[in-house]
Design a protein. Structure first.
Length: 398
């Protein structure tokens, strides 16, 4: 019956995790592939604010009822405050429709299905390169997905002029998927001035910006990382924003994300909100509860919120320290070559510039695992392995 079903080879990043786990070398092996934050001891952390929140939630234990289709009210308002500001006019005016979602991926799926239904002729464009699941999710929703110029390997920067020219050639209501901060997989972000230009083009061409922010707080800071989102609102753009608490609350398996849609009027926001709920109903009916209660508790308790921000900045600063150490060691080992891009890039990821052949050597000779295109997750580095990794990278670069 199922012989006609096509073979699925698996996700390359998740497959890399399996290969890493099966590697018999036990003296030292380093996983720099998966986008997960590990602490200095190489462990997935449980944040102190989360421990406090979970203790409060469990005392006394509460019934496990269904959440509303749109999720918890406190959760949704927390998403809005983080993205649009404490005293955001657009939120006060009722022009933002927000639903809780199953992680950032779930938010992307709900948004993609909504746009596909109500803008059926739209095409979707993603950066070259982007997170692979962006393409899969939008193609799965029925979109034709194209790619716009972004990363320039020659400068380890952005092909900004080409990007602008490409956007000017798109049709009204085409979707452009954007990374407000900590671009995945390159770590190369637009400057505020560049965002100003791009967003003006988006406005002039009547494009639909879909901003996916999975790492708020890991780039500049909580406010700086949402510059592009707030600038889009300032320009009067209707904008879709998918956000995630997986990384910055270390709640990966709880699937805690959100989708917010900024609308021209409060009346339109009500229409959009209703259709977002209906979209959720058709996919998974209602969101997960435990992680949502944790987010609700942390984000709406001033002391826990302050503690959370501090813990996020500790994670951010540890990644920055690993970037600096990596740059210092490789620069000393490979003189005459500029490795400053390691500290110019932001967030958990770096495009190292390594070729697939060099990545394969790292894996076979040194048990250092990263994605074939040279993307590495710096959160897998710590004081115990960063020198080893830097020296291994220097060896394959020479």
């Amino acid at each position: 019956m199922f012989q006609h079903v096509e073979f699925y080879p698996g996700d390359p990043i998740l497959g890399l995790m399996d290969k890493f786990a099966q590697d018999p070398r036990t003296d030292i092996k380093v996983n720099l592939g998966v986008g997960v934050y590990y602490d200095e001891e190489g462990r997935l952390p449980v944040l102190e604010c989360v421990k406090t929140a979970e203790a409060a939630i469990a005392n006394p234990p509460r019934p496990r009822g269904y959440l509303p289709m749109e999720g918890l009210a406190g959760y949704r308002s927390a998403c809005q405050r983080l993205l649009f500001g404490e005293n955001s006019a657009v939120v006060a005016e009722g022009r933002v429709a927000t639903v809780e979602a199953l992680g950032g991926s779930g938010a992307l799926k709900v948004g993609a299905d909504f746009i596909r239904q109500w803008f059926p002729t739209a095409k979707c464009y993603v950066s070259t390169p982007t997170w692979g699941n962006h393409i899969s999710i939008f193609e799965g929703a029925g979109f034709e997905v194209g790619k716009y110029p972004y990363y320039d390997p020659a400068t380890i920067g952005v092909k900004f002029d080409e990007m602008k020219a490409f956007f000017k050639g798109l049709q009204a209501h085409d979707v452009v998927l954007l990374h407000p901060c900590c671009h995945n997989p390159t770590g190369v972000d637009l400057t505020p001035a560049q965002w100003d230009e791009i967003l003006q083009i988006i406005k002039d061409k009547q494009l639909i910006p879909f901003m996916d922010i999975a790492y708020q707080g890991f780039g500049a800071d909580m406010e700086g990382d949402v510059y592009a989102i707030r600038k889009a609102v300032e320009l009067g753009l209707p904008v879709f924003v998918s956000n995630s608490f997986s990384k910055n609350l270390s709640l990966y398996g709880e699937r805690v994300g959100g989708l917010s849609v900024v609308c021209p009027t409060a009346e339109e926001a009500k229409l959009v909100f209703g259709q977002l709920k209906f979209t959720v109903r058709r996919i998974y009916s209602s969101p997960a509860a435990h992680g949502a209660y944790v987010v609700d508790t942390v984000m709406n308790d001033p002391k826990l919120f302050e503690q959370w921000v501090g813990e996020v900045y500790e994670m951010r600063d540890r990644i920055r320290a690993m970037r600096q150490k990596l740059q210092d060691v490789i620069s000393a080992k490979v003189p005459g070559r500029d490795f400053s891009y390691f500290t110019k890039q932001q967030g958990m990821f770096s495009f190292t510039g390594l070729t697939p052949e060099q990545v394969a050597r790292l894996q076979s000779e040194f048990a250092v695992y990263m994605v074939e295109n040279g993307r590495m997750c710096l959160a897998g580095l710590n004081s115990k392995n960063v020198d080893y990794v830097a020296n291994a990278m220097a060896a394959v670069l020479q």
